[in-house]
Design a protein around this ligand. Structure first.
Ligand code: NDP
Length: 310
């Protein structure tokens, strides 16, 4: 009797855009077990276009690779600069994701995209749900919202993760800046009327891989999700947490007093929402996850940074 040949499943190709960003960098690691990852930065490689402002190049690259999963970690993320560059911000955050969605709809496959708490107007003090009314306060938020809506309207399979206050071990972030300032200065003013949740790029990348794995078996899991660590804080309490951590570890700090101040004391081109709380229960339920407290990830990042510095 002829032996049955086991079905050989083709390794899916995953196109990752924005590989050098905070989230993109971590995705290179977390997506690797899911398939053959082609990771592109802004400069592309091997004739492939990684610049998402070049819509023709982007279209050609997607056609050429024909990925089963397209993960877009590239974006225009300079929130204040977006106020004076609305067209470029719209190209990157709206038109490029719209094109990605159109191509993924045409060929099948899943588009993963990231969005932001800045799609909300920051009113109230309860966490925003996925279905809460949006109302961006600045150009960045408006372009990110337009990108989400284009993906949703395209009818392509998608996972959109709205996240907030992203940090990574690599590069600069709020906690590292506070630590540096606390070594140099005796007094600091920190905003205390914006409330949100610091969320590690590592966590976002791990959850993305987990969700994609589940989507492969359960396509109905596609949709829009809030993804942030659990708990909440203000920038002021976040800074205090960092200083307390440093003091516990015996790091020499010059800081003597930290003063909580309202956002109005720091005028910037783009208005920020005051309430950035995201209700992540839909994500936890759908993907059977428990999101960790924000302090866990921040503490690990600080420990790594401190180890590298010593
Ligand atoms: P980063 O700013 O760290 O990374 C963005 C990446 O986009 C960078 O690698 C940048 O490239 C790349 N990029 C910029 N312009 C282009 C272009 N024309 N073509 C290709 N790539 C380009 O952002 P994060 O990793 O923090 O953000 C990931 C996602 O999460 C984004 O969608 C963002 O909107 C969202 N988000 C981020 C938050 C945050 O606090 N950072 C909060 C909420 C949501 P290069 O390295 O060359 O500059």
């Amino acid at each position: 009797m002829a032996r049955m040949q086991p079905a050989i499943k083709e390794t899916p190709t995953i196109l990752l855009l924005g590989k050098n960003g905070q989230v993109g960098w971590e995705l290179q690691r977390s997506l690797a077990p899911l398939g053959n990852v082609i990771a592109l930065g802004r400069n592309g490689k091997d004739g492939l276009c990684g610049d998402i402002s070049d819509l023709d190049g982007l279209r050609r690259t997607i056609e050429q690779i024909n990925p089963a999963m397209l993960v877009n970690a590239a974006a225009y993320t300079a929130v204040d600069k977006a106020q004076s560059e609305p067209q470029l911000a719209a190209t990157l955050n709206h038109h490029a994701p719209a094109l990605m969605a159109e191509r993924m709809k045409a060929h099948g496959g899943c588009l993963v995209h990231y969005s932001t708490d800045y799609v909300f107007d920051g009113s109230g003090d309860t966490p925003w749900q996925e279905t809460s009314p949006t109302g961006p306060l600045n150009v960045y938020g408006a372009t990110k919202l337009a990108g989400e809506q284009a993906i949703q309207a395209s009818g392509c399979a998608h996972l959109i993760f709205r996240t907030s206050w992203v940090y990574a071990s690599r590069g600069n972030n709020f906690a590292k800046t506070m630590l540096r300032l606390a070594k140099e200065r005796e007094t600091l003013n920190v905003i205390n009327d914006q409330i949100g949740t610091p969320t590690g790029a590592e966590l976002i990348a791990d959850v993305t891989a987990h969700a994609l794995r589940q989507w492969q078996h359960q396509p109905a899991a596609a949709g829009t999700y809030h993804l942030a660590a659990s708990g909440e804080t203000s920038w002021y309490d976040y800074a205090r947490y960092v200083f307390d951590w440093a003091k516990r570890g015996g790091l020499p700090l010059a800081i003597q007093s930290v003063t909580p101040v309202p956002s109005e004391d720091y005028p910037v081109p783009a208005i920020r929402p005051k309430n950035s709380r995201l209700d992540c229960r839909k994500l936890e339920r759908t993907f059977n996850l428990q999101l960790p407290d924000w302090k866990q990830g921040v503490e690990r990042m600080l420990q790594e940074t401190n180890k590298e510095a010593s």
